[in-house]
Design a protein around this ligand. Structure first.
Ligand SMILES: CSCCC(=O)C(=O)COP(=O)(O)O
Ligand SMILES: [Zn+2]
Length: 210
């Protein structure tokens, strides 16, 4: 099996799992997986498709600038430049971006702080942090319809081979060394977002939550 086919199958599996969670509303979301390092190539979702569907045209191979690496009629994701920034600055192997109601609410609620902070949650161990009372932070950046501007702003927050950024009233972009790590972190962030939104609602209703 060629490396492209192997990576295609790996990304298709992640895509199917995120689809099963119903995280691809209205064609939103994009995913990618690195195929080669030198030169850099990666498979990225084709733009504008319903990512819940599985087809032979789900992904295309792009180069280090996010341009198609082979002749194709498919268009790379409109947000490919964000993936390009991550692969060019880190050793990440996979990038996942989803829009959910909870990640949008958290991005709006904490936008003025420039970040959302979570603590007192066992699931923080999914980030490889095992200390008692650990806290995790996710930066929140303004959305921008101009993708090169958004990608430049986004790149300020790329500090390692695994990480995540919330784009205000848009969605989350998570990356990891492997598809397994990126998906694990994405699931942990979404757990924290949902937990916090529900806690705030219960607190507002006067119920005794933290
Ligand atoms: C309908 S959502 C607007 C575009 C977007 O934010 C997204 O994640 C999907 O765009 P793509 O070009 O990757 O399909
Ligand atoms: Zn998006």
């Amino acid at each position: 099996m060629s490396i492209v086919v192997k990576k295609w199958n790996e990304l298709a599996e992640v895509k199917a799992e995120l689809a099963a969670r119903d995280w691809f509303f209205a064609t939103s979301g994009n995913l990618s997986i690195k195929v080669t390092d030198d030169p850099l190539t990666f498979l990225v979702t084709a733009s504008g498709k319903d990512k819940r569907k599985q087809t032979d045209e789900d992904f295309l191979l792009v180069d280090a600038a996010g341009r198609p690496a082979e002749k194709t009629h498919l268009k790379p994701s409109a947000e490919t430049l964000l993936h390009v920034e991550i692969y060019n600055r880190t050793n990440a192997g996979c990038v996942l971006h989803v829009h959910t109601v909870d990640n949008n609410l958290i991005s709006e609620l904490y936008a003025q702080n420039g970040e959302a902070v979570f603590s007192g949650q066992e699931i923080i161990k999914a980030f490889g942090i095992w200390e008692e009372n650990a806290e995790v932070r996710i930066p929140i950046i303004d959305n921008d319809a101009d993708i090169p501007t958004l990608a430049q702003q986004f790149s300020t927050y790329i500090h390692g081979d695994a990480g995540a950024v919330l784009i205000q009233n848009h969605g989350i972009t998570v990356w990891g060394r492997t598809a397994f790590e990126a998906k694990k972190h994405l699931e942990a962030w979404e757990f924290l977002f949902r937990w916090q939104v529900k806690r705030l609602l219960l607190q507002r209703a006067g119920l005794p939550v933290g």
